[in-house]
Design a binder for this molecule. Structure first.
Ligand SMILES: [Zn+2]
Ligand SMILES: [Zn+2]
Length: 255
């Protein structure tokens, strides 16, 4: 039986898109020289051309950052340590990491991917994300931050699911895109303050304990801004019995 409200139709669409994009890339490589998906410069191999890669490299987060939530620190003092927020209250996840700052070419790429319908970028972004960070070992499941069914209908695809499905192929870990669901449609987070964002997503997700009990989960999202969405998803997954790690392609420079 199809589950209502979990984006099942969208999942089928996304699965078809990602499978098609892997197959199409392989076929195109035979007949047409591959091009950079961002600037269309010819490339021999890899996710992006040399120029775009260099612009991504500029935004790479290499430390120092909070050992728990990954928030970049302004200066390298005091060795590896937690930020003030993680020191005062334990976060609902084990560790969060982001590959790049949400700036420059990374920001342009996410915009094209998320709002411009460039769904095939998901594979390149996932390759860059996995090449830049070290996803935890011994994962049981990879789980994308879900979209509400109505948002999925209007956008046509869940960008986090596209990245998560490609990551699951790259690191060969199983994907679960059905058992964490967004059950309440929330206002767009863009114009909200950090506190408002937190309230906006509170109680908006549900997770099946039967799928997540005693599981180590890698939660995937495209961009982390204040972290309210991934924190709420992590709380929901933790209540369902999961140990949660978070990986995002990018994060806002200052939260
Ligand atoms: Zn390029
Ligand atoms: Zn922290």
């Amino acid at each position: 039986m199809l589950r209502k409200g979990c984006g099942h139709d969208g999942d089928i669409f996304v699965k078809a898109c990602v499978e098609a994009s892997f197959m199409l890339n392989a076929l195109l490589d035979i007949f047409v020289p591959p091009v950079c998906p961002l600037c269309e410069e010819a490339i021999k191999k890899g996710a992006l051309c040399g120029d775009c890669l260099a612009l991504f490299e500029k935004e790479k987060i290499s430390g120092p950052f909070c050992t728990t939530c990954g928030e970049p620190f302004a200066s390298d003092t005091g060795g590896a340590h937690r930020c003030g927020r993680c020191s005062s209250v334990d976060p609902p996840f084990v560790e969060a990491r982001s590959a790049f700052l949400y700036e420059g070419r990374v920001r342009d790429a996410v915009h094209s991917f998320k709002y411009g319908g460039r769904v095939t970028l998901g594979v390149s972004l996932a390759l860059l994300m996995c090449g830049t960070t070290s996803p935890p070992k011994d994962l049981d499941l990879i789980v994308p931050v879900p979209l509400h069914r109505e948002r999925l209908k209007s956008r046509g695809y869940n960008q986090s699911l596209l990245i998560a499905r490609a990551v699951s192929k790259i690191i060969t870990a199983p994907l679960d895109c059905l058992h964490l669901r967004k059950t309440r449609l929330t206002a767009d987070q863009v114009d909200l303050t950090a506190r408002e964002r937190e309230e906006n997503v509170r109680g908006a997700f549900e997770a099946d304990a039967s799928a997540f009990k005693n599981k180590t989960v890698l939660l995937i999202d495209d961009v982390l801004t204040t972290g309210s969405t991934v924190r709420e998803c992590s709380k929901t997954l933790s209540r369902a019995g999961a140990r949660v790690f978070i990986l995002t392609l990018a994060r806002a420079a200052s939260l």
